[in-house]
Design a protein around this ligand. Structure first.
Ligand SMILES: [Zn+2]
Length: 255
């Protein structure tokens, strides 16, 4: 089985919010800072990008501070976004999928149920979901589908030796985490299953949950999958920048 390194690429932040944003129904009187990330899984023969960051247009519209375009960030570690062959979308929220147009030649892996919900279900356009959504997404995803680059996944599936997508609903209808074989054992990029390491440590969700029982089973599934607890990585925790070696500006090596 192939082994890989995992990098966290910070593309924006920090942003300050109430602690309750990160810890559901707790920490109302505290403030926390969060960053925005995507990830790189790499070895000498294969590069897989996990999530797409956002495009410069979306970053501008939303006033993201300290933004760097995913293309520019990847260039600093010698990855040409236009040549990337595989992008896994953990879920179709704007901050994870809004840069998918920057990878025009990649096969895009997403859970079937996640895709159907955002693209075909009218409930996804209700105002309560607008926090997660961006109006440019349907056209971009549709063009990926039409060009034959979309791979819809049902449940758990290996997409390469040592890289497995894991269905982990709760934060979204069908978020997928990514299990990666590394020299330290199995690591899991949990994405927003837990926004922070603290969500995993305390088995406590963020405030952004669409299915609480689903979230608890997903958390337990991911925790059972990793070789050790510290190999389960969150979606937005600034500790991914602070506690790991920086290999280029804003890019840290998690494993
Ligand atoms: Zn997110």
């Amino acid at each position: 089985m192939q082994q890989y390194e995992i990098y966290a690429v910070k593309y924006a932040g920090p942003f300050t919010s109430s602690g309750a944003f990160i810890m559901w129904m707790k920490d109302w009187d505290q403030t926390v800072e969060r960053n925005y990330y995507f990830w790189v899984i790499r070895n000498s023969s294969t590069t897989i990008i996990v999530d797409a960051g956002v495009s410069p247009e979306i970053a501008k519209q939303r006033g993201l501070n300290n933004y760097i375009s995913p293309q520019e960030a990847l260039k600093t570690i010698d990855i040409d976004a236009k040549s990337v062959k595989h992008v896994i979308l953990t879920h179709i929220h704007w901050d994870h999928a809004g840069g998918i147009g920057l990878f025009p030649n990649a096969t895009v892996y997403v859970q079937n149920q996640e895709y159907k919900f955002w693209m075909k279900d009218s409930i996804a356009r209700s105002s309560a979901f607008s926090f997660f959504w961006d109006d440019v997404l349907p056209a971009e995803l549709e063009s990926i589908e039409t060009s034959g680059r979309l791979k819809l996944i049902d449940g758990d599936r290996h997409i390469n030796s040592g890289v497995e997508c894991l269905l982990a609903p709760g934060h979204s209808v069908a978020l997928q985490a990514v299990a990666v074989n590394t020299p330290q054992g199995t690591a899991v990029i949990g994405s927003d299953c837990g926004h922070f390491f603290a969500n995993y440590k305390q088995e406590w969700p963020s405030s952004l949950i669409v299915d609480l029982p689903g979230w608890i089973s997903s958390f337990q599934k991911l925790r059972a999958k990793v070789s050790s607890a510290e190999l389960l990585f969150p979606g937005h925790d600034p500790l991914m920048s602070k506690n790991y070696p920086e290999i280029a500006e804003g890019i840290t090596k998690l494993v």
